[in-house]
Design a protein. Structure first.
Length: 160
């Protein structure tokens, strides 16, 4: 599927589910990996991930198109178009759009937990992926001071 077919598809979905025309541009963006699509408030254009179409098919991609069209139509009408707005949530339910897209396989990059912040008073631990200055934080349970520990570090004794 190319951008022209996507444009026609978005226009068709807009008329069928919203009863309003889509008058801007819809394109594929292959750089979208962790999100299914994007709506731009300044240009009113929509970008859709082609990977979602390839991996999850037309049904999931149509749900993503509906989601982005909810942003589009509500924004143009001056209503609440953000995820937290009641207007947005109501329109999502009405048209059968998804709140979140399904993740792509291998798309989630999580860093391993390498550090621990440990409370000096109560012993509460807070796992961290990056090094943090413990002087900037306090324990959430008792407000005690924290110390930083590095996890899984092999301590090698000096060989004689």
């Amino acid at each position: 599927m190319d951008n022209q077919e996507l444009q026609a598809w978005v226009e068709k979905v807009s008329l069928a589910f919203f009863g309003l025309p889509f008058r801007h541009q819809a394109v594929f963006n292959a750089r979208l990996r962790t999100t299914g699509g994007r709506y731009f408030t300044k240009s009113h254009h929509i970008e859709i991930s082609p990977h979602q179409l390839a991996v999850h098919g037309r049904e999931e991609t149509e749900a993503i198109i509906k989601h982005e069209l909810c942003h589009y139509h509500l924004h143009l009408q001056g209503k609440g178009y953000k995820h937290r707005d009641a207007d947005f949530k109501e329109l999502l339910a009405k048209v059968g759009a998804t709140r979140h897209c399904r993740p792509l396989p291998g798309a989630a990059r999580t860093l391993p937990v390498k550090y621990l912040l440990v409370c000096r008073d109560c012993g509460m631990t807070y796992p961290r992926k990056r090094r943090t200055d413990p002087r900037k934080y306090a324990c959430g349970r008792c407000r005690g001071r924290l110390k930083l520990l590095q996890k899984d570090v092999a301590v090698h004794a000096a060989k004689p």
